[in-house]
Design a protein around this ligand. Structure first.
Ligand code: HEM
Length: 535
């Protein structure tokens, strides 16, 4: 830099005769005019080729039209007017390109994945300790390493080896649902948490460590709060605010970060350190962490990557599984005819002497159709955020570098042209081979597709099949003897949960009660080692 300015200082001034000066001036003016004209033309061309969207107000854009809740529904309605492929929505400080068409999601997120695998920055979540969790990582080397690690423990072969463990946890869940039905949501969470912690850390007693379990559940709650779209964190719109001290008036978000961050860090670091301790003592059981710590070349960056990729397993698993099973419970209460059909299939295929398991999935097409319909009817995440990392053009529309893309997967899964009467829960639609598989959409796309999708489906399937095999799910009655059927309504959160409701889990017969007790006892006695890591 210094050398360059020194050289510039020593360039002798060139002297031109006056006519040449005039000519040069004219040439310069002409070039400048051409440059400005080409800029105007380019900007006009770009503007002319921006996707359409609802007309907004100067400065405020579409802010005043944005709903407080269920933004995906409004975006679907707007997309019907302005275009399912790409629609432009503007609010102060951000422009969203909303996609409501599966083909476009596949074209961009899979076909052009090198351009569309980045994530928008979430300052609030980063400063609360989640900077390095996989779902928030930008598309960089760390993300690629994290995903390579996750692939090793969530691959088809690895997940197949977890099936016995998943079946056992389902058996223990049935016992908990029988003895304490009021707390069924908590039982779902605990089952998912046990599975996630076992896969991730695996050491003796990890799933019984109440402190860790509660910490992990709390961490998940914090995560949902700080990444919630429209979570109302001003700091996400104005990252500079993050520099304010916690004592500053109106800096409540800084005080929240100060309280939440230690919980997050302890939950992420403590079990990891425990695995290292067990490895050093030669007592570590097989797990994601112990396997990678032994097989990878461990330098501080790699160790840190394993630590945070591990946390992504439990962050990915708890709430998503709980929400899926809560909607399943809701659907069974509100659709007794579906419940009966599934039970008839289970009685015919599995019979009364054993519980169904993950391995029965192919022979239970109706239960499998229920699983698909749950993921279609109530997708757990309704919109997937990405950003583009270079200028691009799609079907003639200009997509500038850094554009905030939102894939409205809820709209795709509720498209009446693909799924007639989309609001109706109707598993039968998936018995037709022509119905597009919702599982290809509900878990995302391309290089950011959910790495836990096989575990998620295996656990959801085993649980649904086991619950239906032994229980009749019924709505409780009010004081007048009327059934209190739950309303179909979501709570306002990142993960799509139903509004809480009560459910009775009534054993279908004495034989069903006996199998609940026998299976739970059996599950308690067999070692809870994961085969994948035990060889
Ligand atoms: C009920 C189940 C689940 C659903 C519906 C679900 C859905 C999703 C979706 C839609 C994404 C974003 C994909 C994209 O942007 O294209 C995602 C990301 C992710 N999921 Fe899941 N998921 C579930 C369960 C799980 C489980 C069980 C795990 C771990 C074992 C997991 C781990 C992750 C991780 C680590 C990411 C971030 C990936 C990345 O950003 O590269 N998920 N999930």
């Amino acid at each position: 830099m210094e050398a360059r300015s020194a050289r510039r200082l020593h360039i002798p001034a060139i002297k031109f005769p006056s006519s040449e000066v005039t000519m040069l001036r004219e040439l310069f003016a002409l070039l400048t005019a051409l440059l400005i004209a080409s800029k105007i033309l380019r900007s006009y061309r770009r503007n002319a080729h921006l996707p359409p969207g609802p007309k907004g107000l100067p400065l405020l854009g579409n802010l005043l039209d944005m709903p407080k809740k269920e933004v995906h529904v409004t975006f679907r309605d707007w997309a019907r007017i302005y275009g399912k492929d790409l629609m432009r929505v503007q609010v102060p400080g951000e422009t969203f390109y909303v996609i409501s068409n599966k083909k476009v999601m596949v074209d961009l997120f899979e076909g052009r994945s090198a351009t569309y695998s980045d994530k928008p920055r979430m300052t609030m979540a980063e400063s609360t300790g989640f900077k390095n969790v996989t779902p928030l990582l930008p598309y960089n080397a760390r993300l690629k390493t994290s995903r390579r690690f996750l692939k090793q423990c969530l691959s088809p072969a690895a997940v197949r080896s977890y099936h016995p463990y998943i079946n056992n946890r389902a058996a223990l869940l049935l016992e908990a649902l029988h003895t304490d039905p009021d707390d069924y949501v908590r039982h779902y969470t605990r089952m998912a948490a046990h599975t996630a912690l076992k896969i991730t850390y695996g050491y003796e007693g990890v799933t019984e460590d109440r402190h860790l379990l509660e910490g992990a559940i709390e961490t998940m709650e914090i995560f949902a709060k700080v990444v919630a779209p429209g979570g109302g964190w001003m700091v996400d719109a104005l990252p500079i605010l993050d520099r304010l001290p916690a004592w500053f008036p109106f800096a409540g978000f800084k005080r929240y970060q100060e309280l939440a961050k230690p919980v997050v860090l302890e939950t992420v670091c403590r079990p990891f350190e425990e695995v290292k301790k067990h490895l050093a003592q030669g007592t570590a059981d097989g797990s994601f962490c112990s396997y990678l710590l032994q097989t990878e070349k461990i330098i501080p960056e790699v160790e840190d990557c394993i630590r945070w990729a591990a946390s992504s397993i439990f962050l990915g698993q708890f709430d998503t599984t709980t929400a899926t099973l809560s909607w399943f419970t809701h659907a069974m209460l509100t659709h007794p005819e579906v419940q009966q059909k599934a039970q008839a299939e289970l009685d015919r295929v599995v019979g009364p002497d054993r519980l169904p398991g993950v391995e029965d999935r192919d022979s239970l097409p109706y239960v499998n159709a229920i699983l698909k319909e749950i993921f279609r009817w109530q997708p757990i995440l309704s919109m997937l955020p990405r950003t583009s990392n270079q200028d691009d053009e799609y079907t003639g529309y200009f997509i500038p570098k850094g554009t905030y893309m939102l894939a409205n997967i809820w709209a795709v899964l509720h498209d009446p042209e693909v799924y007639p009467n989309p609001e109706t829960f109707m598993p039968e639609r998936h018995l037709e081979s022509s119905t597009p598989d919702p599982l290809e959409v509900a878990f995302g796309f391309g290089r950011r597709v959910c790495p836990g999708m096989l575990v998620a489906q295996a656990q959801a399937f085993a649980t649904m099949a086991c619950v239906l095999a032994v229980f009749d799910l019924k709505a409780p009655k009010d004081e007048f003897g009327n059934e209190v059927v739950p309303v179909t309504k979501s709570v306002d959160s990142l993960i799509n949960f139903p509004v809480p409701f009560k459910c009775m889990f009534i054993p279908r017969s004495d034989a069903a009660l006996e199998i609940i007790q026998r299976s739970a006892e059996h599950a308690r006695f067999i070692p809870d080692r994961l085969e994948r890591w035990s060889d």
